[in-house]
Design a binder for this molecule. Structure first.
Ligand code: PMP
Length: 365
């Protein structure tokens, strides 16, 4: 950082490193299993809606979009059995996480999550000058309930299903946290379309709950940036105060409306993804690689080389091997809790066959 910036950058920002997103290669020749995107195109209704919004000459783009994404909020609310007043729409769910931290963080109280979890949370907390605390899961991914409830934190980010392990937690686990933790609980449900349970059904019951969701994983729209927060209207009102005035553009609003109009399409494809996931897990079992049973569209697996060894170096070697044959997965070398593993997004059945063949080749090299 140069002298000028040293003098003028906010202290909190000078001390952090930004979040590092997964690699997005610019050429298309990859089996891309690194950022948990939906492996199928979005509903054809989405494309139609975007073209419709554009019109023949794109003239509508001259006009600002609806600042509050009113129709989209109603549509999302309806999908989850809630009213529009329970919904805020965001520029991806990262936007919602950011709004929650901006609105509710307190420099005198820490923000809490479990380890491992989504690595954006500490970045958001530190930008707002909040201390960030990570509590480790117990063996077998047990939730440390007592430590959560006795913490001084005023916001708890609970990723369900967890990232990067993919492990899903039950309604009773989430309700226990909501009842025992004294602050705001943000349940990050980016991967809920592949799980058995969504805390959206608890929004009316718990005034300390925000559920964050996204079309990036379960609706094939990571490129459109559409997310939401579900909460009681008083919380939504607070989040709205810190939101960018026009946080969703016209095309995103149109795309989101269309996506939530084709539940049959997405229901089918999420079913196929779950089936592909379960079959891929059986494959890992057959080669004796450990993995967490996933409730998501990815699997965290610990590679074992032909000598039966696993660990950070082995994971690194496997990651590089896959990369050399143009299969991209995610590897977290700097995260001690999972640095012996790689996270593999569930792609199409064809992509998973390519992956399985690569595993077999690597083991026998
Ligand atoms: N939460 C979790 C746990 C995630 O893995 C991601 C994607 N990286 C997000 C939220 C954000 O997703 P998006 O901003 O694309 O909606």
């Amino acid at each position: 950082m140069n002298d000028f910036l040293k003098l003028h950058t906010a202290n909190a920002v000078a001390q952090i490193e930004g979040y590092t997103p997964g690699e997005q290669p610019s050429d298309g020749n990859w089996v891309k299993l690194n950022t948990n995107e939906f492996p199928y195109p979005p509903s054809p209704k989405v494309r139609e809606a975007i073209l419709d919004e554009l019109g023949g000459d794109g003239a509508k783009l001259r006009l600002y979009p609806d600042p509050i994404s009113k129709n989209l909020r109603s549509k999302i609310g309806k999908f989850f059995g809630l009213s529009a007043e329970n919904v805020i729409a965001g520029n991806g769910s990262d936007d919602i996480l950011n709004l929650a931290v901006r609105a509710f963080s307190d420099p005198d109280k820490p923000i809490l999550s479990l380890d491992p979890s989504y690595s954006l949370y500490p970045v958001l907390a530190k930008i707002q000058n909040s201390e960030f605390i990570e509590l480790p899961f117990g063996d077998s991914m047990d939730i440390p309930f007592e430590k959560i409830s006795s913490s001084r934190a005023n916001i708890f980010f609970f990723t369900n299903p967890n990232a990067p392990t993919g492990v899903g937690f039950s309604k009773s686990d989430v309700e226990r946290i909501l009842n025992e933790f004294g602050g705001l609980v943000l349940v990050d449900e980016a991967y809920a379309p592949f799980a058995e349970f969504s805390a959206s059904e608890l929004v009316d019951k718990y005034p300390n709950l925000i559920v964050a969701g996204t079309t990036s994983k379960g609706w094939g729209l990571a490129g459109m940036r559409i997310g939401w927060g579900l909460a009681n209207p008083d919380i939504i009102n607070i989040l709205d105060r810190v939101r960018d005035s026009y946080n969703l553009d016209r095309l995103a609003q149109a795309a989101g409306m269309a996506a939530f109009s084709d539940n049959e399409y997405y229901g089918n494809l999420c079913g196929i993804i779950k089936d592909t996931r379960d079959k891929t897990e059986l494959f890992f079992e057959s080669v004796g690689w450990k993995y967490f049973k996933s409730s998501s569209n990815f699997i965290l697996v610990t590679p074992k080389n032909k000598n039966g060894k696993s660990g950070r170096d082995v994971a690194d070697e496997f990651f590089k091997y896959l990369k050399s044959i143009k299969i991209l997965v995610r590897y977290f070398p700097n995260c001690p809790a999972v640095c012996d593993s790689v996270r593999i997004s569930v792609g199409t059945p064809e992509q998973m066959i390519l992956l399985q063949n690569a595993v077999k080749d690597w083991i026998s090299l």
